[in-house]
Design a protein around this ligand. Structure first.
Ligand SMILES: Nc1ncnc2c1ncn2[C@@H]1O[C@H](COP(=O)(O)OP(=O)(O)O)[C@@H](O)[C@H]1O
Ligand SMILES: [Mg+2]
Length: 249
């Protein structure tokens, strides 16, 4: 069975506002999937729903053919940076060690294997030298790498990253994208919430275009056509030198 995630008729609302409306799709494993749509289109809500972090009104979500609570260990989450409290007094290596918690027995301390995995994860993203720093002391790009390292330390099969490139420098973006591609080569499945359409073709195998409803799912050329973009971005699109551009949103 190659279907790693199945979402059937899922709706989520906050009070009376429907953030996700009757969404259905399934995804094959071992791909990088972009979740794309304007602000408020339900991207973060969909990710939180799949991860079982918020209650859904309706529908069924299965991951590797199981409900989320049976498979939580295999799923890692890099939340939207704007929702993290960086004043919290915790060091970089402590953040990454949190990725080991699902593997650790609660009455035991980290063992050598846990410590080695944390070290390797910090090295892989390139922030090992900053391991003793408090997380709030790092730049945006470095913080994002630390949260990616935490996801690596968890040794999850599926990673969800919510706007990992928002407010970070291009060098960090490239480095993170390289790591995501490497993880894909290792057989992982990665979901990336993103809103820069101009790079979507290079970054993602599959795009989920959202505007509270599912507008389209598929490869870049099928999804990001003028018809769909007009539905989603309305007056924010223009064609410059034969390239479809979307004004900053
Ligand atoms: N905790 C919340 N309480 C109430 N409304 C929310 C909450 N989180 C999100 N929303 C609303 O749900 C809609 C979808 O939000 P969100 O999933 O964050 O969109 P996106 O990630 O695409 O920007 C928006 O209208 C947003 O204001
Ligand atoms: Mg969001």
């Amino acid at each position: 069975m190659n279907k790693i995630i199945e979402v059937q008729n899922v709706s989520v609302s906050y009070n009376n506002l429907k953030a996700c409306e009757n969404i259905s799709f399934s995804i094959d494993k071992n791909q990088i999937i972009g979740i794309i749509g304007p602000n408020g289109s339900g991207k973060s809500t969909l990710v939180k729903a799949i991860m079982g972090l918020i209650k859904i009104d309706d529908g069924i979500i299965k991951i590797m053919d199981k409900p989320i609570y049976k498979i939580r260990k295999k799923i890692a989450y890099v939340p939207q940076r704007s929702n993290i409290d960086f004043d919290f007094p915790i060091s970089v290596e402590e953040v990454v060690m949190m990725g080991r918690y699902p593997h650790m027995l609660w009455w035991k301390k980290a063992n050598n294997k846990d410590k080695k995995i944390v070290k390797d994860s910090l090295n892989m993203v390139g922030v090992y030298e900053k391991r003793k720093n408090q997380i709030g002391e790092l730049s945006g790009g470095e913080q994002q790498k630390v949260f990616l390292a935490r996801a690596l330390a968890q040794e999850a099969e599926i990673l969800f990253l919510d706007e990992p490139f928002a407010g970070i420098d291009i060098a960090s973006e490239n480095k993170i994208m390289d790591i995501l591609k490497k993880l894909k080569k290792e057989g992982k499945t990665l979901f990336v919430v993103h809103h820069d359409l101009n790079k979507a073709g290079n970054y993602f195998d599959i795009i989920i275009l959202l505007k509270n409803k599912l507008i389209e799912l598929g490869e870049h050329d099928k999804v990001l056509n003028i018809n769909n973009l007009e539905k989603v971005y309305k007056d924010k699109i223009s064609i410059i030198n034969n390239n479809l551009m979307v004004a900053n949103i």
